[in-house]
Structures are given as C-alpha cells and as structure tokens.
Design a protein around this ligand. Structure first.
Ligand code: PLP
Length: 400
C-alpha cells in the first residue's frame, strides 16, 4: 500500500514531490474511502490455521514485527529516499544504534565523522567498543581522503551532512566512491535528518543506508519520537534481520502521526528554509555575532557542496558570538519570549540552545571566537522573532 489507487496518464512517482507527498502510504479504496490509513494497535495477530502458522507466509505475524500503520510509513519513506526497504524504530537514536549493530562485527573498525550527532559517539564508545569494534573519528572535510583511513577490517563509514551543531559539509559522493573503490562491502551510512529526503537523497549519491530522526521534520510538531532506516537492495536483508532480532518498533500512534506530518512537509520545510535564512542573514549583520554557520550562505565552508548536492536547507543553523561571558549568553537566552530552549528541533516553534563541541571532538579542533548558539527557526513571523532576538542582544550587551 504505497499510493492512491487512482492512476492517470502520469504515474504518481513521476509527479512533483509536493504531489507525491499527498499520496504516499495511503490507499483510501482499501479503507472504505477513508482518506487516512487506520490506526492498527496490537501485539497478538491471529493465524487462521496451523497450516498458516507453519507456512510463515502471513504478512503480519506479531505487533512488534510490523502493522499496516507502520508499514504505510515505511513504504512512504522508502519511496521518498529512492531505497529498497525501510525499517522504523522508536527514536532517531535507536535507528542509529540498530544500523551500527547490523553492520559491525567483533574485530571490525568503523569511521565516524568528528562532527556527528554526539550520541552516535556514545553508542560507539559505550556499546561497539565493548564488542571489540575499533572507532576512528575523521575530519568531516576528508572527502576522497577517506581512502587513507580505511583498514582491512573497516565495516562502516558514518557520515552526517551537514554536521550536527557546526554544519560541516561532507562530500558524500567523493567519500562513497573512494570507500567503495577500496572495498564494496563497507557500508556507507548517511544521517539525512537536517535536509529530509526533499532536499537531499544520499542513496542517489552513493550511500548504502539513510537514517532519519522522524522525530524532527517528519513529525513536525514535537510530539513523537521515531526513527527510520532506509537501505539499498544489497543491505536490505541484513537490516531486516537485525531490526527484527532487536525488537525495534515505533508505537502505532507515533507512526501514524509521522505519516500525517509528511503531508505538510514540503510547505513547512520551505517556510523553515526561507525564515531561517532571513534570520541567519540578519544575525550575520549583528555586531555581537562573529560568524553564522548556515550551509546556504555563500560564506559557509562547503557551501559549494550544498549548492551541488542539496536543493534546500530547512531551519537549523548556528552562530558563534564575539567574545562574551556565559552570564551574558544566559541573560540573552533566558529572557527570550518566543524561542524555546530544549533538545531536538523540526517542530513548529523556534528554539535556541547554547553548545560547546570543543568538549568532545577528537579529530578536529573547534576554534571559536566566543560562545556558540544553535537556532531552529520555526513557523512564527520573522519580524516577531527578530524583535525577540534584538531584545536578547540588548540583555547580552548589558551583561557583558
Ligand atoms: C542529526 C540527528 N540524528 C539523530 C537524532 C536522534 O533523534 P531522536 O531524538 O529521535 O533520538 C537527532 C536528534 O537530535 C539528530 O539531530
């Protein structure tokens, strides 16, 4: 069940993305005309006979192993990412963990971008190392130079573009080509949460696996936790096995909300992108701001990669302030009316969060003029957001 039954002269998967998003993962003619797929809850799923139990050919066998609600979402993501198979899990992070466990073996070695979403480092250090997997963190600007870091036992190259918090752009085609030229069995993974499949398709650029924290843009309302893992054909079976063995699955309500979020994804993302870039440009003119880290700005390191490989940007970016005290940053952020302060992003409201990657990076050095803040620009009016930030900068200056 991947699309509406109605077919005109143009197949639905050849239509524009905004149109495809309205049809993915639903088939009203199978559901009494109801526009949205129904919510299937459940653990036990009955078999009609011993013969069918033994045949193991029933599409749904146990709640944890999938339901029409969850499958509808997975099929939609498979189509959006041009993949062969999608597995969904209870969070973005559990998708990262499941993928890392699916494609590493004891005695192996993995390469992880130094700018990666930080909990991926924790999985690597706390779980993979216990099973004898060696980890090398690499400079995200490595490009084809990744070849020099590949060892005989390398099993995974883990990428995230742009990097979490600091927005380093990775040259995925160069990394994937160089990796696969050395050894086709190495699995190239791409976390694509920042851009969504609307603005970046890693499988088309040489990755084997794409991960999304559906918690962010897919859900779009800060009310679910969910992750997806999409593979090419070659990696599908191994992912299916590990995903099933680990008992990973999202709750049906979260899957349904995630699928619902996809219907408005294109229009939300475009607004996040437009407002985000406007605020980023406005911030770049502020005397309190030393640098803006936004891949769609010409002054951003790796902007040429964004222009070549991406078709949009969303609303997440960071700034580095000119030197000021922690108390000044706190005065600015604590008093903001419209910006929330909290983990995650991709919902409708704007967020601001201080961060310091210097504490945990190991392959590269984080050099910053002053404290850094990550912004997520939501769907509010940008003039209201600027006024809120303007008052915040006044508090920052007053505190020093
Ligand atoms: C890039 C990226 N990947 C994965 C995750 C993990 O997602 P979740 O919070 O759903 O576990 C996050 C969360 O912030 C993220 O920013």
């Amino acid at each position: 069940m991947s699309q509406s039954k109605k077919t005109g002269s143009v197949p639905i998967n050849e239509r524009h993305i905004e149109t495809r998003l309205m049809h993915l993962g639903r088939n009203p003619s199978e559901n009494y005309g109801f526009v949205n797929p129904p919510l299937y809850r459940g653990s036990t799923i009955l078999f009609p006979s011993v013969e069918r139990v033994k045949a193991k050919d029933q599409e749904y066998t146990y709640g944890r192993r999938g339901s029409p609600t969850v499958r509808a979402l997975e099929n939609a993501i498979t189509e959006l990412e041009y993949g062969a198979h999608t597995a969904s899990t209870s969070s973005g992070l559990s998708s990262c963990t499941t993928t890392l466990l699916a494609f590493t073996r004891s005695g192996g070695h993995i390469l992880v971008a130094d700018s990666v979403y930080q909990p991926v480092r924790r999985i690597s250090e706390h779980i993979l190392k216990r099973f004898g997997v060696e980890i090398t963190y690499y400079d995200p600007f490595v490009g084809a130079g990744i070849a020099d870091l590949i060892k005989d036992n390398t099993q995974i190259v883990y990428t995230e573009t742009p990097g979490s918090q600091t927005f380093e752009m990775q040259d995925l085609p160069a990394i994937a080509d160089a990796t696969h030229e050395k050894n086709r069995d190495i699995v190239v993974i791409a976390d694509n949460t920042w851009a969504s499949p609307l603005y970046y398709n890693p499988l088309k650029l040489g990755a084997d696996i794409v991960i999304h924290a559906g918690t962010k843009y897919f859900g779009g309302h800060s009310d679910i936790n969910l992750g997806t893992i999409t593979t090419n054909e070659a990696r599908a079976e191994q992912l299916r096995l590990t995903h099933g063995d680990m008992g990973q699955n999202p709750g049906p309500e979260d899957a349904q909300l995630c699928l619902r979020g996809l219907r408005t994804l294109a229009i939300r993302l475009e607004q996040h992108w437009r407002s985000g870039l406007e605020i980023a440009n406005w911030l770049s003119e502020r005397p309190e701001v030393a640098r803006v880290l936004h891949p769609a700005r010409e002054d951003h390191p790796g902007h040429d990669i964004w222009k070549r490989d991406f078709t949009g940007a969303g609303g997440l970016f960071s700034i580095v302030l000119n030197p000021c005290s922690d108390a000044a940053v706190a005065a600015m952020l604590d008093g903001l009316d419209l910006f929330g302060m909290g983990a995650s992003w991709g919902g409708y409201e704007s967020l601001a969060l201080p961060f310091d990657p210097g504490a945990y990076r190991t392959a590269t050095e984080w050099k910053a003029e002053g404290p850094a803040i990550r912004f997520f620009i939501g769907l509010e009016n940008v003039d209201d957001l600027k006024a809120d930030l303007d008052a915040g900068f006044a508090r920052l200056r007053a505190t020093g």
